[in-house]
Design a protein around this ligand. Structure first.
Ligand code: AMP
Length: 410
């Protein structure tokens, strides 16, 4: 079914095609007609499913049908990076329509955002903290709002943004359409949905909390102190043109990025210790391919849409299995293929087992015969005589390559 069949204005159909979207994704096919019909929506969608256009297209259509100069729609999202991403898609979809959008996010000067709110831009894309600050200081005009979109609601909850989100909702007109998007549906998100949605259409794309299709998973058992060396080895041996590496902590990200840079890798780091300007610059460099490796923490990288990421490396395992799904959702986007590597130390075996339970599959282990798993000994815990690297079966020393057949796909 082409986009034309949704009865969208020709300007939006033209812009959709200009973005290269020919056929609606499943979430778009289900959500767009329901939102056009005025229904509330609660959508559980895998990352990378096209949910941004699923809500933006009908929202922009509704805005085109209203008088200009009042804010008609608000999108709340957990991070600045996501807000920028949504705004970029919005700019593409709304090109030439005269609709105005504004970003209201922390870490950027407040004055232009105050001006935009005062001018009544038609669409506001915001992170909760900054928007609430501006509303509290009397800058927003939300009385004419008809649509609220909560994007990545589960992450907003994880980040502790729900109190702010609820305060913002309390300032919006009660008669409005509300669209709630969440990758997973933990009880607190479901409760918020029950409180604010009216007879919503429920859409679930894929199984809740499962990984995107087209992603091949491989676990590399390795002592913790050899993880950096193993990653360097993989980067040197494999064709890995665009790699997103996740660490659990900011300190870990800094240290790893430094070690990779010292070994000659072009690498960027993305975490909340970096200034907004640094974060924007590093994203630009990674997007443009200026450096092929980006080391990031969850907080900075969730939801990022960089189409060309070929590998997601879990340098540390996330404590929450759902987070693994979000991390690897950075690759294999919109039907592409991608590889997810897990560097798993013995003390992370339980975390890996929990991830495997979440995925419903065992992730194949791969042992590399051409990598030295014990070199130098453990700095903190010296290698005991006879202690072997904790590797299991797998590749039999085969040099792994992208899409290697021994791994499963989901
Ligand atoms: P999202 O889940 O909104 O972050 O979208 C994931 C990726 O899919 C983005 O790179 C979009 O540009 C792309 N995309 C969204 N809708 C379509 C479509 N109908 N056809 C092809 N690509 C799409």
């Amino acid at each position: 079914m082409p986009f034309k069949q949704f009865g969208l204005p020709s300007s939006l159909v033209r812009n959709v095609l200009a973005l290269g979207y020919v056929t609606p994704t499943p979430i778009q096919a289900q959500a767009i007609p329901a939102v056009q019909a005025g229904r509330d929506l609660v959508a559980t969608a895998q990352t990378g499913t096209g949910k941004t256009a699923a809500f933006l297209l009908p929202v922009l259509q509704a805005l085109l049908e209203r008088p200009r100069g009042t804010t008609g729609a608000l999108v709340l999202t957990p991070t600045r990076e996501l807000a920028h991403q949504i705004e970029a898609v919005c700019r593409g979809l709304a090109a030439g329509t005269g609709l105005r959008s504004a970003l209201v996010v922390g870490g950027a000067p407040a004055y232009p955002q105050q001006q935009a709110l005062r001018a009544g831009v038609e669409l506001v894309i915001a992170t909760p903290g900054r928007l609430l600050d501006l509303l509290n200081s009397g800058h927003g005009k939300m009385a004419g709002l008809t649509t609220l979109v909560l994007d990545e609601a589960d992450q907003m909850f994880d980040f502790g943004f729900f109190p702010d989100v609820k305060r913002i909702i309390a300032r919006l007109p009660a008669r409005r359409q509300t669209l709630l998007f969440s990758a997973t549906m933990p009880p607190d998100v479901a409760r918020l949905g029950q409180a604010i949605l009216r007879d919503p259409l429920r859409v679930a794309i894929g199984t809740q909390g499962t990984a995107a299709c087209g992603v091949t998973h491989t676990a590399y058992p390795v002592p913790a102190y050899r993880k950096t060396a193993l990653l360097q080895h993989l980067l040197a041996q494999l064709e890995m043109p665009s790699v997103l590496v996740f660490t659990r902590t900011r300190r870990g990200a800094r240290r790893l990025a430094r070690a990779l840079a010292e070994s000659g890798q072009k690498v960027g780091e993305l975490h909340s210790d970096r200034t907004p300007a640094q974060r924007a610059k590093v994203m630009q460099g990674f997007r443009s391919g200026a450096f092929p490796v980006l080391v990031a923490t969850n907080i900075a990288a969730r939801g990022l849409d960089v189409r060309h990421i070929t590998h997601v490396v879990n340098f540390d395992l996330p404590h929450v299995p759902e987070e693994y799904v979000h991390r690897i959702g950075r690759t294999g986007r919109a039907g592409d293929e991608g590889d997810a590597f897990v560097l798993v130390s013995p003390d992370e075996a339980d975390l890996l087992a929990r991830i495997e339970r979440q995925l419903g599959k065992r992730i194949p282990r791969l042992h590399l015969d051409d990598f030295d798993y014990v070199a130098g000994g453990a700095p903190a815990l010296p290698n005991k005589p006879g202690r072997r690297p904790p590797v299991t079966s797998g590749g039999g020393g085969k040099k792994p390559s992208r899409g290697q057949g021994s791994r499963w796909r989901n």
